[in-house]
Design a protein around this ligand. Structure first.
Ligand code: THU
Length: 160
């Protein structure tokens, strides 16, 4: 039996009137927070902005280290901070931007596998899909849930 797994990506131009003002505001926060990236090794500055169900916006940027694996991606910095500060509040949306040499990258940055796993855990914990907004210089991609980005995932039921 063949089973196909399909991910749906909605694509918009960065100035599309179809984007909601809420999403546009989060996109701006994600772009803005790339400036706090500590990335002297990769020179790749990533920013993530989360909108929580309680209306709070939590931001994060990638933080690198001379011992490379000790660093952390922007998405997980923001998600862990949100889960620490507001453990009762579901994450509604995450917007992610990345810059090289001060300029937004040409293609939206797809989150790494570990960040997808953490997004999915957060999504499952609150039983609410997280909308994922990926940002590039010219385009916005929207994926409607973390599950779509990580099919065939490992999850807590497997530990029981
Ligand atoms: N990075 C992120 O922060 N998020 C991603 O989705 C991809 C990669 C960071 C990790 C590292 O600091 C740098 O970008 C280069 O991999």
């Amino acid at each position: 039996m063949k089973k196909e797994i399909i991910t749906t990506v909605f694509e918009y131009s960065i100035d599309s009137p179809e984007l909601s003002s809420e999403d546009k505001a989060l996109i701006s926060r994600a772009i803005e927070i790339t400036k706090n990236s500590y990335s002297p090794y990769s020179n790749f500055s990533v920013g993530a902005a989360l909108l929580l169900e309680n209306g709070e916006v939590v931001v994060g940027s990638n933080q690198e280290n001379a011992a490379y694996p000790s660093g952390l991606c922007a998405e997980r910095v923001a998600l862990f901070y949100a889960n620490s500060q507001f453990p009762q509040s579901a994450v509604q949306t995450i917007a992610i931007a990345a810059k090289t040499k001060q300029s937004l990258i040409a293609k939206p940055v797809p989150p790494c596998g570990a960040c997808r796993q953490v997004m999915l855990e957060t999504e499952m914990r609150f039983q609410k899909p997280i909308k994922i907004i990926l940002i590039s210089k010219t385009n916005i991609q929207i994926i409607e849930s973390a599950k779509q980005l990580l099919p065939l995932n490992f999850e807590k039921e497997m530990l029981e």
